[in-house]
Write a protein that binds this ligand. Structure first.
Ligand SMILES: Cc1ncc(COP(=O)(O)O)c(C=O)c1O
Length: 330
C-alpha cells in the first residue's frame, strides 16, 4: 500500500504549455530572447562571489537608469509591491504622518501600506485623469507635516505622467522625504533622481526593462538613509529591512556579507541583461522611442474616434501622459 494519501496530480503529467501573447499594456511586457536566455543560465549560490559581481553590475545599471550616485541602490527580491513596502516600511514608524497623492490606485495602495504599520495617513486626491499642482501639494504638506510624501510618476491606472519638478524642494522645505513610484515610467521617459531631489525611487523589472517580473530596482538618498538608520524601532519586516538588504547587496561598505535571504539568482541574470540592453540603447534613445510610440498610440486612438482619459496628452517629452505599449521588442 502506498504511504502517500494524496496521489500525484494528473495535471502535472501533461507537459507545460505557455502560449505566446502580445502584451500591449505598460507591463508585463514581452521579454526579448536575449533576456530570456540570460535567465536560463545555471543556478549558482546566492553567496557565491560570481553572483556578488552580477549584483554589483545590477547596482551600476540601476544607478545609470535612475541617474543617481546613491550607494544605497539595489534590487528588491520581489515585485513592485515589495519595493513599495520596502520604501514605506523602512522610512515610516508607527504614529508618524504620511501624505499620499492619489491620482489612481497606487496612491491608495501606498496609503494602505502606511496605515497597516500604524502611520497617520492623509491623502490629496487629483481629479480623474489629471494631476496635482505644486500649490495643492504645498498646502497639504504644510497642513499635515508628513515624514514621507508618496507620488506615482507614471500612474498606470489612469495613464497620467505626473510632473515632478519643484516637488522635492517643497518636501524638503517641510522636512519630508519625497517617495516616487516609477514602476510604469522608469526608462520610458526622462527621470533624474539626484537632479530632481527624489529621496526614494523604485521601479519594476517587467515594464520598460522588458525583463520577467520578480525584481524591483530601488534607491535611497543620503537624507532617506539618515532617517532610516536613526529609527526608534526596527522596521516591521525582516525581509525588507534596509540594514540587512544593504549588507546583502554590498551597499554598506562592510567587508563581509551575511546571509539574509536566498536571492533569486536567475531573476538577477535577467535583470542584469535588461539593464545591459538599456545601457546599450542609451537612456535618451529609450525615452525617445517610448515618446514616439506614445504619440503614435494617441493618434491611433483618436483616429478611431476614442477620447483619451488623460486631461492633457503628451506635450513635451517629459509631461503629461504616457503609454508604453507596442514597445520595439514586440
Ligand atoms: C505604477 C505602479 N506601481 C506599482 C505597481 C506594482 O507592481 P507589481 O505588480 O510588480 O507588484 C504597478 C504594477 O502594475 C504599477 O503600475
Amino acid at each position: 500500500m502506498s504511504s502517500v494519501s494524496v496521489p500525484p496530480p494528473k495535471c502535472l503529467q501533461k507537459p507545460l504549455v505557455v502560449p505566446h501573447r502580445y502584451m500591449f499594456g505598460p507591463g508585463p511586457s514581452n521579454v526579448p530572447p536575449r533576456i530570456l536566455k540570460a535567465g536560463a543560465n545555471p543556478v549558482i549560490g546566492h553567496m557565491h562571489p560570481e553572483i556578488f559581481e552580477i549584483m554589483s553590475d545590477i547596482r551600476s545599471g540601476i544607478q545609470y537608469m535612475f541617474q543617481t550616485q546613491n550607494s544605497m541602490t539595489f534590487a528588491v527580491s520581489g515585485t513592485g509591491h515589495a519595493a513599495m513596502e520596502c520604501a514605506i516600511f523602512n522610512t515610516v514608524e508607527g504614529g508618524e504622518s504620511v501624505l499620499s497623492a492619489v491620482n489612481g490606485i497606487w496612491g491608495e495602495r501606498a496609503a494602505e501600506m502606511a496605515e497597516r504599520i500604524g502611520a497617520t495617513v492623509n491623502t490629496i486626491v487629483a481629479p480623474p485623469g489629471g494631476f496635482l499642482t505644486n500649490a495643492d501639494i504645498e498646502k497639504a504638506l504644510s497642513k499635515h507635516r508628513p515624514v514621507v510624501f508618496f507620488l506615482a510618476h507614471g500612474e498606470s491606472s489612469t495613464g497620467v505622467l505626473h510632473p515632478l519638478d519643484g516637488i522635492a524642494e517643497l518636501c524638503h522645505k517641510y522636512n519630508c522625504l519625497f517617495l516616487v513610484d516609477s514602476v510604469a515610467s522608469m526608462g520610458g521617459t526622462p527621470l533624474h533622481m539626484d537632479q530632481q531631489g527624489i529621496d526614494i525611487l523604485y521601479t519594476g523589472s517587467q515594464k520598460v526593462l522588458n525583463a520577467p517580473p520578480g525584481t524591483a530596482p530601488i534607491s535611497f538618498s543620503e537624507r532617506a538613509c539618515q532617517k532610516i538608520f536613526s529609527r526608534r524601532a526596527k522596521p516591521v519586516s525582516f525581509f525588507l529591512d534596509l540594514g540587512w538588504l544593504a549588507n546583502y547587496w554590498g551597499c554598506d561598505g562592510k567587508p563581509s556579507r551575511l546571509y539574509h535571504h536566498t536571492g533569486p539568482v536567475t531573476a538577477f541574470y535577467s535583470l542584469r541583461e535588461s539593464l545591459a540592453v538599456l545601457a546599450e540603447e542609451g537612456l535618451e534613445n529609450s525615452w525617445e522611442r517610448h515618446h514616439k510610440v506614445a504619440e503614435y498610440f494617441h493618434q491611433g486612438l483618436e483616429s478611431i474616434g476614442l477620447k483619451l482619459f488623460v486631461k492633457e496628452k503628451v506635450k513635451s517629452k517629459t509631461a503629461y501622459s504616457y503609454h508604453h505599449c507596442c514597445s520595439a521588442w514586440i
